[in-house]
Design a protein around this ligand. Structure first.
Ligand code: ADP
Ligand code: MG
Length: 698
């Protein structure tokens, strides 16, 4: 690549040092960065009209002047901002719901363009959440009917950003070289780099945008899939112990299991066993809905390793879960000679020392623990298998933390959440996947209700009835920051209120993540052993906690949770032979507002879907559609750079193509050494080398 592409932004025509500094906040340092700062959306101005000529349900634009800005609260932390726009003869009302900050962006006299599908309310035209172009006094309208909308930072207006990008496209785009080999461009009918770049920033119309966007989406997903394939390849070149499941080992393990396995569990165990029998490391993801019985599959694999004299580690995200797994093992392994220990942050120094020494000396077969395990100072004598439960709390890189230079233990990853396929292909694309597609027999369904304020008394009476029958109950309250406690009760307050109110006759426990671990433990054990009847808790119980006698759950503040998270929480009940009941406390439905005609509250709609669906895969897809991938896996959490243009929902087809092609290419040229592939290779390393720990390829 020509070095001029890396011209610092302050030297780019029309930018200067001050603005260059502001642009750095967006990660934009060079001309090249700005060339690839893709619009996050477009405002379509192709159908601009006077207000009087608007039609319903059709994307149109109106240009005019702001005559009034008003904001008001509509209760329960909800709000509405209203802007009146005049085109000289008529008025249009633009509305924003629950975006109070929008008020500050408008003032009287501003000239601007709104674009949206308008609707006629009485005699007034309305647009909700329109796209906006501000027309300052000194700002000319840019040519074109499809205006790019860029991510901005303070002090850089949309107008400026458009001009800067236009400048770099004019001055620098010609220096760019194509990264794809010609054959690939032809095969996938991809627009070549330069015209694609021009069109993505300045599309002539929406038709011209499509091939440009597709090219960059393909490129982004292709480069990601190359990285994942290469990581997978390099993993497979490592040595791992051969741990075949012999008939004898199989029989010995099965004697320990207290139940018949489901067909799905059998299938997954077969897949895992086949992997572990090979001399290269297993790298498998086990996914299944809450309660589908992933633990026993992991346990089986662990026992196979132990039978061959190798150590295994089970890593979990919380101490509570570590203790619970330790209890399960305690029951299952009573009749065996397997030596296991718990290793968590809460351990006393001397105890911890002893566990570490025993691990290093191969005096322990199994260790269960939190991330503390993968921190410094843990050496295994002979580590054969790593199991990571509830993976989404672990970063991608931690997965590799226990491997050595040329060898690696087998790895089994289990997810807390069923993952939409497009997500797992990007997040875990380097793993093989086993899926538990059924629940064990005799599982009782969980019935879910939305409990409005006037039904709350009734709900608590129902909870008391179940408690009197001998069942136990959870009450889940979101963890709130001190800064936002206004309407949201803290878990401690909820505990107080229930102790003195609705549940005064019962024994309650309180659990949250900030308690000292010895206290957490005691609270959990009291609940598991039935000494407390109700556990008032934050979402620390979300992952994996398993108390079969707990059949009722009350969730407060559910709007704050994603559907998958709610489903995880709900998975805590209905685990035994009694049916489960989940009550989600909700606000009263929004009062109908004659002039605003509020569209249905999306938060409520979401909760209604939650109440109506018990399939975790369906809910995960829905979450993904409604709230995007971030809700399933925060980018920070999984440690991968965010996608810049691809949208895993819209671009499924491209993802499949890109993945297939990337795999073929890596199979043919594992080090990407061919002259045709060097540009792809350097892009891949630049973007994912660090995140995926791929430094030296081939
Ligand atoms: P998850 O997949 O959510 O991690 P667990 O492994 O915790 O699920 O299993 C949920 C519950 O189901 C546990 O109490 C476990 O003992 C039980 N279980 C697992 N497999 C079976 C089975 N095949 N038959 C009966 N109960 C099972
Ligand atoms: Mg589990």
């Amino acid at each position: 690549m020509d070095n001029k592409l890396f011209t610092p932004l302050q030297q780019v025509r029309g930018i200067g040092p001050e603005r260059a500094q502001r642009l750095q906040r967006l990660g934009l340092h060079t001309a090249s960065d700005l060339l690839f700062h893709f619009p996050r959306d477009y405002q379509d101005l192709s159908d601009e009209r006077p207000i009087v000529e608007l039609e319903e349900d059709k994307l149109q634009s109106v240009c005019g002047q702001v005559v009034e800005v008003a904001a008001r609260s509509t209760g329960f932390g909800k709000s509405r901002v209203q802007v009146l726009l005049s085109d000289g003869t008529h008025l249009l009302k633009a509305l924003w719901f629950n975006q109070p900050f929008m008020q500050r962006r408008f003032h009287q006299g501003q000239r601007l363009i709104f674009s949206a599908k308008p609707s006629l309310r009485g005699s007034t035209w309305q647009m909700s959440h329109p796209q906006i172009t501000w027309l300052g006094d000194d700002e000319q309208r840019l040519a074109g009917s499809l205006l790019p909308i860029y991510a901005l930072t303070e002090g850089i207006s949309q107008y400026h950003m458009r001009r800067f990008v236009q400048t770099v496209v004019e001055d620098y785009a010609a220096l760019l070289e194509e990264v794809f080999p010609p054959a690939l461009l032809t095969q996938y009918e991809l627009l070549s780099l330069q015209p694609a770049l021009a069109s993505i920033h300045q599309p002539v119309d929406s038709q011209a945008l499509l091939p440009a966007r597709r090219r960059f989406v393909f490129q982004e997903l292709f480069v990601l899939q190359l990285a994942l394939s290469i990581r997978r390849n390099s993993f497979q070149q490592l040595a791992a112990p051969e741990l075949p499941t012999t008939a004898k080992i199989n029989a010995r393990i099965r004697r320990l299991l207290p139940f018949e396995l489901t067909a799905s569990q059998e299938e997954s165990i077969d897949e895992v066993s086949a992997d572990m029998a090979l001399d290269r490391p297993m790298n498998r993801l086990l996914q299944g809905d809450v309660g589908s019985g992933k633990t026993v599959v992991a346990l089986y694999a662990m026992l196979v390793a132990v039978a061959h004299g190798w150590q295994t580690v089970l890593m979990v995200p919380t101490e509570i879960l570590a203790r619970q797994h330790a209890r399960t093992l305690h029951h299952l392994l009573e009749a065996s000679r397997v030596r296991y220990a718990l290793l968590t942050g809460g351990l006393a120094t001397a105890e911890r020392r002893k566990v570490l020494d025993d691990l290093a000396a191969s005096q322990l077969d199994m260790v269960i623990g939190t991330q503390a395990i993968i921190q410094d100072g843990v050496t295994f004598g002979k580590l054969g298998l790593v199991v990571i439960d509830e993976q989404h709390k672990f970063g991608v890189r931690q997965r590799a933390a226990l491997r050595e230079d040329d060898r690696s233990p087998h790895t089994l990853v289990m997810t807390a959440t069923p993952i939409p396929r497009t997500m797992s292909m990007t997040m875990f694309g380097d793993l093989d996947v086993s899926t538990l597609s059924e629940l064990p027999q005799g599982r009782q369904p969980v019935n879910t209700y939305l409990v409005t304020p006037e039904k709350q008394a009734h709900w608590w009476a129902f909870v008391r009835d179940r408690l009197r029958e001998g069942r136990q109950a959870y009450v889940v309250v979101p963890l709130v920051d001190e800064s936002e406690t206004i309407n949201a009760p803290s878990v401690a307050e909820a505990f107080e209120q229930l102790t003195n109110g609705e549940l005064a006759d019962f024994r309650l426990g309180l659990l949250h993540g900030r308690m000292p671990s010895s206290e957490k433990d005691q609270t959990m054990i009291d609940f598991v052993e039935g000494r407390t009847q109700v556990l008032v808790s934050t979402t620390v119980i979300e992952v994996g906690v398993d108390v079969a006698n707990a059949t009722v759950m009350t969730v407060a503040g559910a709007e704050r949770f994603g559907l998958s998270q709610l489903h995880q929480l709900r998975g805590r009940i209905g685990r035994g032979s009694h049916p489960g009941f989940c009550g989600v406390l909700v606000d009263a439905p929004a009062e109908s507002d004659e002039d605003a005609n509020t569209s249905p509250d999306p938060a409520r709609t979401r909760l209604e879907s939650f109440a109506a669906t018990t399939d975790g895969f369906v809910l995960a897809e829905l979450d993904f559609e409604l709230r995007g991938p971030g809700d399933l896996f925060g980018t920070q959490q999984h440690g991968m750079p965010p996608l810049r243009i691809a949208n895993l929902l819209r671009d499924r087809d491209v993802l499949n193509e890109a993945r297939r092609e990337a795999q073929l290419l890596v199979a043919a040229d594992p080090g990407l050494k061919h002259a045709d592939h060097t540009k792809l290779r350097s892009q891949m390393l630049k973007r994912y080398g660090q995140a995926l720990d791929i430094s030296d390829v081939g």
